[in-house]
Design a protein around this ligand. Sequence first.
Ligand code: ADP
Ligand code: MG
Length: 232
Amino acid sequence: MLVQFYNVSKIYPNGVKALDDISLKIDRGEFVFLVGQSGAGKSTLTKLLIREEIPTRGQIFVNSRSIVRMKRNQVPKMRRSIGMVFQDFKLLDSKTVFENVSFAMEVIGASTKEINIRVPEVIKMVGLKGKEDRFPGELSGGEQQRVGIARALVNRPLLLIADEPTGNLDRDTSLGIMDLLYDINHKGTTVVMATHALDLVKAGRKRVIELERGRLISDKRPGDSNNDFTSY
Ligand SMILES: Nc1ncnc2c1ncn2[C@@H]1O[C@H](COP(=O)(O)OP(=O)(O)O)[C@@H](O)[C@H]1O
Ligand SMILES: [Mg+2]
């Protein structure tokens, strides 16, 4: 198991119960959609996974290690095994495509030699070959998200988490991003994608975990009977 949640609740300091007694497991190699309306707790769940937030109750294991009990000095190493993709891309506007991606390797101390091999490889994989020297402002939204995905992948994470990665993109562009995420998953990376784009989820035929006001209300795989998630 790559991810294990045991009876996880998260209550923010303002008293909002964002997650309520969540238990779930995600195996290596899975592709999981995390769905639910705005405010259901999707982003909170992804933040717990990278220990940006700590649960109020319960235990979380990533790659068999408790990330709740983990010492602070071990957090950076754990985060390196997880790539994060964001709705608003979070690129550095003053850096080129190449530099946005290579920066993620520099911060973990990779050598210039390693960077010069790996960065072109991952840029090619996301379909941006030839655009290495562009700045984010010279790219379309879909291309900017591809840079975000390249950056998340460059250090070969075990887990890729995408929080509403198509939220700022039109439909056709979103479909291209989905194909890329499926491709990444087929190559072995476990993917968790939070979204409320139900058309993409339905077309995807993947496992779907549904949250409603902080509670896990369904967890269905494509083969399951009655795998329509009707409550949302
Ligand atoms: N840092 C925070 N402090 C207080 N409340 C928060 C914080 N982040 C999220 N919430 C609240 O927690 C609930 C779940 O939010 P979130 O996890 O962002 O849901 P989603 O991503 O599904 O829209 C919402 O009611 C939201 O307002
Ligand atoms: Mg969210």
